[in-house]
Design a protein around this ligand. Sequence first.
Ligand code: NAD
Ligand code: DAU
Length: 348
Amino acid sequence: MKKVIITGGAGFIGSHVVRRLVNQYPEYKILNLDALTYAGNLENLKDVENKTNYQFIKADITNETHIDKIFSAFQPDGVIHLAAESHVDRSITSPLEFVKTNVIGTVNLLNAAKNIWKNNFKGKRFHHVSTDEVYGTLGETGLFTEKTNYDPHSPYSASKASSDHFVRAYADTYGLPIVITNCSNNYGPNHFPEKLIPLMIHNIINHKPLPVYGDGNYTRDWLYVEDHAVAIDLVFHQGRDKENYNIGGFNEWKNIDLVNLLCRLMDKKLGRAEGESAKLITFVKDRLGHDLRYAIDATKINKELGWKPSVTFEEGLAKTINWYMNNQEWLNHVTSGEYQKYYEEQYS
Ligand code: NAD
Ligand code: DAU
């Protein structure tokens, strides 16, 4: 594998995947293709931007002609597809944006790959990065396995489920060599502060209310983002064709417990009295169609590829909090402009 296109490489997870591959495979040519929406930020890649095996092109995956041109010129051997609209709350207000990017954008990429590989699929691979949300919601018990039926509930998860089906359809219909990964909630540096953990850290720093949806008894399975990047690297290189692999943190937290934990950690970090930040917790209107619980059974990737999370939640949260405290400038940049408008509409 010599030439790899990574879509969405300027986003949260994508930037960690780009960094991992650029540093791990100096002999590769890595092309980061990203539209730089509100969630994409080249500041995330400052440390790799001058590496000789790295290149960036600003491109929108919904633009079929531009995508075809890029694929023809670059002739990738592999694609790791992360570009997406990724925030559930935004999908509830603007579902069509999610259909455009997540469904049509994915199909454009599948077509572009199919066209340049022209049925000669030896050594080629299309890796689609998806989510555990396609499986819907769990009750108090049980885990999502690779055999769990798809049952998406939000426009976001419906668009991701649809894109997964298209990826599989291209394997079944045209023989495209694909692999899909379905991961649980990531956290870590560069996470856009519209998502739970960075939003809480940002608000705690600024003494702003901490909006917890509903009663806060919703559960998510959290994984440190660099562990996800390692898993993607492994599956991209060693996963079996046409398979899907679940990736998860073995680390379930109810939202309210997680927010309280963040408050305690931040009180210490900021030299505040114990319990001071927790006073900011505010229960707000619930998310529509809110899935109760996600939890991943990651036995398959562990057994086949030897992957398991390497960063404990304690270490991961400490690294994350430190990163946000040391990168106030990054936070100021991404929370100016469009973010203010979004925040007002979402939380007023
Ligand atoms: P993100 O929102 O932080 O980044 C998305 C990136 O895609 C941004 O850089 C954005 O500019 C780019 N993008 C958006 N629309 C585009 C378009 N039309 N053309 C080209 N680029 C475009 O998302 P993330 O949290 O890093 O998620 C990355 C992928 O991983 C997504 O496919 C998401 O569904 C999946 N995923 C995310 C999580 C999570 O916890 N964040 C968990 C599992 C799976
Ligand atoms: O499970 C994987 C998915 O995780 C990814 O596919 C998505 O791209 C990613 O955004 C994430 O989706 P969630 O909806 O689980 O993440 P979010 O951080 O938005 O919310 C986590 C939980 O916290 C969820 O139960 C909603 C709740 N929440 C969120 C926000 C933003 C709050 O209580 N208050 C908030 O302000």
